[in-house]
Design a protein around this ligand. Sequence first.
Ligand code: GCU
Length: 840
Amino acid sequence: MGRHRIGVVIAVVFAVLSCVSRPAAAETGADGWLRYAPLSSTARAQYASFPATVVMLGDSPVLRTSRDELVRGIAGMLGVRLASTAAVGAGDAIVIGRADQVRRAVAGAAVPADLRADGFWVGTTSVSGRRLILVAGQADRGVLYGTFTLLRRIALGDPLASLDERQEPAAPIRWVNEWNNLDGTIERGYAGPSIFFENNNVRADLTRVSEYGRLLASIGINGCDVSNVNANTRVIMPEFVPQLVRLAAAFRPWGVRLSVSIDFSSPQKIGGLDTFDPLDPRVAAFWKTTVDRIYAQIPDFGGFVLKADSEGRLGPSAYKRTHADAANVIARALAPHGGVLFYRGFVYDNRMDWRNLKNDRARAAVDNFKTLDGSFDANVILQIKNGPIDFQVREPASPLFGTLQKTNQVIELQITQEYLGQQRHIVYLPPMWKEVLDFDMQVQPKGMQTLVRDLVTGKAFSRPLGGFVGVSNVGLDRNWLGHHLAMSNLYGFGRLAWNPGLSSERIADEWTRMTFGDDPRVLKAVAGILLESWPAYENYSGSLGIGTLTDIIGVHFGPGVESSERNGWGQWHRSDGMGVGMDRTVATGTGFIGQYSPDVARVFESLATCPEELLLFMHHVPYTHRLRSGKTVIQHIYDQHYLGAEQAAGFVSRWKTLEGLVDRERYLEVLDRLEFQAGHAVVWRDAVNTWFQRTSGIQDEKGLVGREAGRVEAESLSLTGFTIVDVTPWETASGGKAVVCDSTSGCAATFEYRDSPGARDIVVQYYDQSDGASRYRLLVAGREVDRWRADRNLPHVESNGHTATRRTAHGVSLKTGNLIRLEATPDGREPAPVDYVEVK
Ligand code: GCU
């Protein structure tokens, strides 16, 4: 290579490096909230005398990670490159280390002597004129958490002068579960394939696992179960354990313990036994050998998660044994190593007779576990979903939390938005989680609160183990969850697991500052969107606690009002011609309400006191039942769906005010998702409202349902090549019908614009199936005004509520008499389906 070329290469490398160091350049979302973007000059001014040295007392992988993170963060935010030493010297410094070491190294430092596990203290002190910032952890992991806290404070622009902060987590268990399959797919994952597995093995490159460990550590998460609860037996087979060793190694520097999900029938399926009876000594021996083998290679292994007797998974019922028998046999193998067994409380019969009005899936958890309280070993933890059904948009707190007093428990929250829009909709979840965490179960003597958060942290009944599990399901997509804004849920989960007392507003504010910067316009718009998003989703997808109106036996995404009815899965809302809702009262219904303490049950049992957001969860009422507002239930349903769709449209306009204030990549990617959401909210609104209007026979008193202004059904246009088809379920197409094109050379639909001239939005509602990418062109008077491909890969191969979507051409200038023409070309098995066109 000649001199000149070397020079060019160096210049190029330099140019590339200087781009990399400027975070504003290409924001992929890969760093989540840990971007360490340079602080504004005003914010930076208060850190002007920031020390230039970090002293790391002692040495360990976690301590090194802490130091390196500090160096990285300070370089990014303050532009200061910290020098690293092992002993306190003559100048100002940041000192990090375990509490005992910091106390020894810095005489007189106010380091607390009694920090609890994972706790830390961050403070400042002056020694002979030297200014020291101290990060002291109870153990190494506490140092890491303290370091991230210090960095967060700087990122948020907090003054450090009088820093004196002691923090301890609310509970020892703060884990995430990843429902990853060994083939690399993720059950209910919406952001690409697994970061852990591919082709039935652990991935060769685990960079993303370590990056994920970093995000988790920054919010205090200390464990991760990497494999699907619908477990694959291979994950604990002897030949697979060395692969787990690699995963554990990727997480270890971040203080995250590895765990996996197990299949209860493993002793038979892979252990060569003819049984998996938990009381058979050979079965106990199988579990012991299996567990001993794992710990021999992964001494800090966390334990197992077990889903048994649920949704087709085998369990102790095969031998008429109890859940306690099942849990204890495995827990006893784990106990000598300090491992824990998470036993899932999500046990129910999915073949229930729907005709029997007394049947109720919501009762299952308490019915199954009530009598077992006190029979679980000390290292068993019952893992209980927040509500009694399954991560619906609105559920009461599971009564099981208040039922168990002698059993360890954790709350299972879902970060991945399975039933809540699958990250194609933004639904900020901390407000929903907090409603459950702050619910008072009233199971202690009068006058004493028993908040769910005190039950799950173990505080209420002095249980040693407890806490929080979040089903996160991140994927290989650069931004982890598919939607940049959805990362607020991962962040929020960790923050609440650490301190459930934090407010949703504060969490949203912290996350936004770190993710998008501190411009007040950005903070206001993003907080506004986040905090309104759960109510909005609830408004357009099903209000009053009705449960889910989605396709429950399929992908759980778009509307399909009746799909939960007349099957054994028990997610019924029991809507018929006369009324709606599940009667769960003790007096006339399933008796579910009686599973709560008498004081709570009394409130739910009476129509007069039942919180209206849970009305249809607890009661079956006629459509004409009047709410406290004076409105009938049916009118409330109509109105809320219009309101929700308006709120979703408002997210788009609010986000648009941030153009130029947020980096281009993330601005456009978020805008695209919000525009999709606004369109899909209309799909939801119209499907639910038309279904209820037809079923109840009661018209919307505002006259909106079924009469959208400016809407022209595709089937009524002048069609060339298109044929008219019925859509199933009928409510997911306007008028129940759509048009499809079977000709590879394309089809067209035209109509004449007869309204007054002006700039108008032209909306096309079509179906974007996953089995093709049809092309569309919109023309006005022969001139193309829009063109697009249906390549969103929405989660279905048919035209229905999952695939219905909208495209809007904004501000098209129209003259009376203009011919509007939509051309469509099918692709693959997708026949370029169109539902309607709307001019607004
Ligand atoms: C839901 C979800 C399943 C999952 C199950 C569970 O039902 O749809 O995919 O396996 O929960 O939590 O076990």
